[in-house]
Write a protein that binds this ligand. Structure first.
Ligand code: NAP
Ligand code: G4F
Length: 347
């Protein structure tokens, strides 16, 4: 009898091990239709995750999956209708999917628009984070949570190089909303023991960047000018400085944060800053054009309050996550120009 019960315990344990081995981890990504959502979905699929994405329904098309299509993964992710403003839908989604990891990337993410839509930005980019955290707390509190915090929170910078301990000074309704999202994440970690981490990511770009952001606006315009489809590039403040990296590198940092035993906050940056003008010069010279023949400064594109310089210190991410950037700003901008040239040639 003793031998039989030992055998049955061993078989049960083997079955359990098998199940644990076979069952893929489940991730839920809000903002999966955006730049980072697409690259993160690609990364998680490559690691064997079952990837679910929350996306807003629109009347013009089911869901805009163009970035996922560009990466060739639109059929591999499972899309669920949802909105960060809808708590009951979020609770239902987390209850149904039971994600191991939830990456909150959804936001009204364009700084310039946040002066035009400050209340919407506050609701989505700020309070929306609480909705997601509440859904986790109510439906599956052991879900690991990633919040997409932003270097914009440093705004009027209080230290020349910004780290996790640098005080914040937000300069736009977007940055104010992100600061709320950042602190509510810390608060749910400390109040309810949720494994919630915040990545304070500096600017990161790619060929999948929205056309309204300055790098993509520049690379798209340079491609159009080179192909004779346009003559000028109109920009606002070209002396602003940013710490630009590649989105592919930055989504790897997000994943690494959720693999740690202890949740925490991390700066993710390259540690190098350049002016908008320098970034433009790289783009123009890549196709053999002279910036001064095409650049027009337009006062209407200046912001009511500017973030003049951002420069991040990624030392903690390097020491604790083993994370490092692998693509230089020059390589990034050239890749974006090439992708826009190819797009316009095809069109
Ligand atoms: P993005 O391309 O603008 O993507 C934003 C995503 O949020 C889109 O999928 C958008 O869906 C979704 N979204 C907007 N409002 C929503 C709502 N009410 N409910 C549900 N989804 C909503 O932004 P990104 O560059 O990938 O950035 C990802 C996140 O990181 C954002 O939170 C951004 O603020 C933050 N961040 C970005 C950077 C950067 O340099 N890229 C740096 C620091 C932090 P639609 O497709 O339907 O519009
Ligand atoms: O590309 P941007 O619009 O990015 P911004 O404002 O730095 O915000 C991005 O990075 C943040 C992280 O630091 C994210 F949290 C946020 O979601 C977003 O992804 O502008 C960069 C700089 C600004 O100083 C702006 O004034 O470029 C300057 N700029 C000059 N002319 C312009 C233009 N920006 C845009 N978008 N368009 C212009 O014509």
């Amino acid at each position: 009898t003793a031998l039989r019960s030992l055998l049955s315990i061993t078989r049960a344990k083997l079955r359990q091990d098998d199940q644990e081995f076979d069952v893929a981890k489940k991730a839920l990504i809000t903002g999966i239709t955006g730049q980072d959502g697409a690259y993160l979905a690609q990364l998680l699929l490559s690691k064997g995750y079952e990837v679910h994405g929350l996306a807003r329904r629109s009347s013009t098309s089911d869901v805009n999956l163009s970035r996922l299509q560009w990466l060739g993964i639109e059929k591999d992710v499972r899309i669920v209708d949802g909105d960060l403003l809808d708590l009951s839908g979020l609770v239902r989604t987390v209850t149904d999917i039971k994600p191991d990891e939830l990456y909150n990337l959804a936001a009204q993410s364009f700084v310039a628009s946040s002066w035009q839509q400050p209340v919407l930005t506050g609701n989505v980019t700020g309070l929306g984070v609480t909705n997601v955290l509440e859904a986790i707390r109510l439906a599956k509190p052991d879900t690991r949570f990633y919040q997409a915090s932003s270097s914009e929170m440093y705004g009027l910078v209080q230290q020349p190089v910004q780290s996790e301990t640098t005080p914040f000074y937000p300069r736009s309704p977007y940055a104010v909303a992100k600061l709320y999202g950042h602190w509510i994440t810390v608060n749910y970690r400390e109040s309810f023991g949720i494994h919630a981490s915040s990545g304070i990511l500096f600017n990161h770009e790619s060929p999948l960047r929205g056309i309204e952001f300055v790098t993509r606006k520049v690379t798209d315009s340079v491609a159009r000018i080179k192909l004779g489809l346009s003559k000028e590039l109109r920009l606002g403040n070209t002396s602003a400085k940013r710490d630009w990296g590649h989105a592919k590198d930055y989504v790897r940092a997000m994943w690494l944060m959720l693999q740690q035993d202890t949740p925490d906050d991390y700066v993710v940056a390259t540690g190098r800053t350049s002016t908008v003008r320098t970034m433009c010069e790289i783009a123009f010279s890549h196709v053999g054009l002279n910036i001064d023949d095409h650049l027009v400064i337009d006062e209407a594109l200046f912001r009511p309050a500017e973030v003049e310089i951002l420069l991040g210190d990624p030392a903690k991410a390097k020491a604790k996550l083993g994370w490092e950037t692998s693509i230089s700003m020059e390589e990034l901008i050239r890749e974006m120009v090439d992708a826009d040239m190819a797009r316009h040639r095809k069109a």
